[in-house]
Design a protein around this ligand. Structure first.
Ligand code: PRX
Length: 635
């Protein structure tokens, strides 16, 4: 029991040391004492980062939903599992107990099986943040189907790519969705996507907005009538600990999105254990993570981590600015939220509004404030700490990734002293290393390098769907025997980590990972464009915004530049989604390239950031003359 809930710094160091000295025994104890297994493992861990192959709790059998639902019923059946807070506050919240959630998941599981979904099949979920999203995710897990949730802000093209990449046979969506004042035609987006997806046999449609939709005969079915008829019990399908639980796509610096595959056993243990400690969750607390379940944060820390701990988790359908800038704080007051977890972008956006929006509400229930997704700047950290937390609630700056499954570096609140902008110490069982560019580990403190992890933890993704080679090349090829994160970090004089940002061509905009390659591909599809390059530049609210350098096929004399900019952004919206739109588009005669033809993004980044005093060595460029011209016309 003692290892499960860390209460002070001394205990953290003690448990951390144990977890590193003997990881197998450590994780075995956690797994054994706090989870329900249908069959125990033969071996705790087998691993080889060169292949790479990682197996936790080998040959163990379980079902994660039994851990998230069934086992709570004897003690928590009337406890609220999910508080659903709709987009429109006038609609009123829904409180779903563990018993009701169990029933809804079972009914959904029966519907899925009736519709022919079997263990191992892939099911694409394209839903807004409504209870059916959590229910469907859990129902897939209950029957052993692999869910692939696609964020409902992605375009039809992006959706189609993800459906086809893992051959989903079913899509679950809704007629529409609400986001603030806007209503979005989700079913229409799915219809367009499915023109390119011959493998999809069935589309289940949840009614949310009540808008008129087209139903394709033989393919599309309304969900509710099926649920009404479904049996309210479904016996779990026993899963192997290493069976895939879900696929979640994340952008890479090149190529198509990577379908990260997470396992049933290790993922469960890791998300549950990190949740309990990093949010110091106590029975009867109300926990709220503002992320969307379409991202890993929502998977791990709205659904699986909280429910595995029998927690009450809030699901919010709307946006922080609707009906006004006080919405988050209104919800905190209304549901007496104790742990609040959001992204720096949201904090920055709200911090620039009138203080009155926060002051109006009673936030005294808050005990822990979390942040995730991108580096938090000092001003935002202080505003969060002072204005929202009233200097009473520790901030947990949690660093992790889609690939890591759960939080990797973070303070434990009330345990780890915090410093603004520092993710502080590795979580239990996490062994970070900083590497130099030659591949050597940089030992000691007060150093900066590329962040790697030296030893597997239970939540690590096991592969990229359908492309194990890419998994190896992306994460395990740069540094021998280490998982490479793609981030840079510094370790200060006491061993605290501060994440300094990506060292590859992934750009984080408003906390969303965007690879440059897919955006450039989208731009290049515009008939007037010959070539393009995207870089990030600092933005007050979004953290980074996108700057596009675009070469046109012909001189643009006859074209209105602003019209063309709009068309390019439209092209991006259609191919990827509005989150990838460019803030600035500069038409250029050429792009700075090395002699081998590689675009020198370092130079473009400096121009975009208006930091051109020291451009470094540009003599090796094939076309150095173009740099001055781009600089002279920079936006
Ligand atoms: O660059 C890091 C940044 O977000 C990346 C992972 O993005 P994604 O897979 O979308 O997962 C986001 C939610 C876990 C990381 O490689 N990042 C995440 N958290 C932090 C962060 N950068 C700085 N500080 C953080 N707390």
């Amino acid at each position: 029991m003692s290892n499960y809930f860390i209460k002070n710094l001394e205990e953290y160091f003690q448990v951390y040391r144990r977890s590193v000295r003997d990881p197998e025994t450590f994780w075995e104890e956690i797994a054994e004492e706090h989870f329900l297994w249908r069959k125990k493992w033969d071996k705790v861990l087998s691993w080889d980062f060169t292949k790479p192959e990682i197996r936790w709790f080998e040959n163990a059998k379980l079902n994660i939903t039994e851990n998230c639902l069934d086992r709570h019923l004897p003690i928590r059946k009337n406890k609220t599992a999910i508080i659903f807070e709709p987009n429109n506050p006038k609609e009123g919240a829904q409180y779903i107990t563990y018993k009701e959630l169990h029933e809804r998941v079972c009914k959904m599981a029966n519907v899925l099986v009736d519709k022919g979904v079997q263990k191992g099949d892939r099911v694409c979920i394209y839903l807004p943040m409504i209870p059916e999203l959590a229910v469907t995710v859990l129902a897939c897990a209950r029957i052993g189907a692999i869910h692939s949730v696609v964020f409902a802000g992605f375009s039809s093209t992006a959706l189609a790519t993800r459906i086809n990449d893992c051959d989903c046979k079913m899509v679950i969506t809704s007629d529409g969705s609400y986001r603030g004042k806007k209503q979005i035609d989700l079913k229409g987006i799915v219809d367009i996507a499915l023109e390119e997806c011959p493998g999809v046999e069935t589309v289940l449609v949840v009614k949310r907005t009540g808008t008129n939709i087209k139903m394709k005969e033989g393919r599309d079915v309304l969900l509710q009538p099926l649920l009404d008829k479904a049996d309210s019990y479904f016996e779990v399908v026993k899963m192997d600990a290493e069976d895939p639980l879900f696929i979640l796509y994340t952008s890479g610096s090149t190529g198509k999105p990577k379908g990260m595959v997470h396992s049933c056993g290790g993922y469960m243990v890791y998300t549950a254990y990190t949740f309990k400690n990093i949010f110091q969750y106590r029975e009867n607390d109300v926990y709220w993570c503002t992320a969307d379940i379409g991202w890993i944060t929502g998977h791990s820390y709205i659904v699986y981590g909280p429910l595995a701990n029998g927690a009450t988790t809030v699901m919010f359908e709307g946006v922080p600015t609707y009906p006004d800038f006080g919405r988050f704080w209104h919800i905190v007051e209304k549901h007496k939220v104790n742990q609040f977890y959001t992204a720096p972008t949201a904090i920055r956006a709200l911090a620039k509004e009138n203080y009155e929006y926060v002051e109006r509400y009673d936030l005294s229930s808050l005990k822990v404030l979390g942040t995730v997704g991108e580096p938090i700047n000092e001003d935002a950290w202080h505003w969060y700490n002072n204005v929202v937390g009233n200097d009473q609630s520790p901030i947990v700056d949690t660093w992790w990734q889609t690939e890591t499954g759960g939080i990797m570096i973070s303070p434990i609140p009330y345990v780890t002293p915090t410093i603004p902008t520092y993710a502080t110490l590795p979580f239990i069982g996490v062994q970070p290393a900083l590497m130099d560019e030659e591949g050597n580990e940089i030992k000691g403190n007060q150093v900066h390098g590329r962040l790697c992890i030296k030893f597997p933890w239970p939540g690590i993704a096991r592969t990229i769907w359908g492309n194990h080679e890419r998994y190896r090349d992306t994460y395990f090829a740069a540094y021998e025997n280490k998982y490479f994160t793609g981030d840079g970090a510094l370790r200060d004089e006491v061993g605290y980590y501060r994440i300094t940002g990506r060292v590859d061509d992934v750009i984080i905009v408003s906390g969303h990972n965007l690879g440059t390659a897919p955006i450039e591909d989208a731009i290049n599809e515009h008939h007037a464009v010959a070539e393009s390059a995207i870089v990030g530049f600092p933005h007050d609210i979004k953290g980074n915004a996108l700057y596009g350098f675009v070469i046109l096929k012909e001189e643009r004399e006859s074209r209105d530049s602003n019209e063309l900019r709009k068309e390019i952004n439209q092209q991006i919206t259609e191919q990827i989604g509005p989150i990838a739109k460019l803030d600035k588009i500069q038409f250029v005669p050429g792009l700075p390239k090395t002699r081998s033809g590689k675009i020198m993004r370092r130079i473009l980044r400096k121009i975009a950031s208006n930091d051109t005093d020291n451009m470094g060595d540009i003599s090796t460029l094939l076309n150095p003359e173009v740099v001055q011209e781009i600089m002279d016309n920079a936006l």
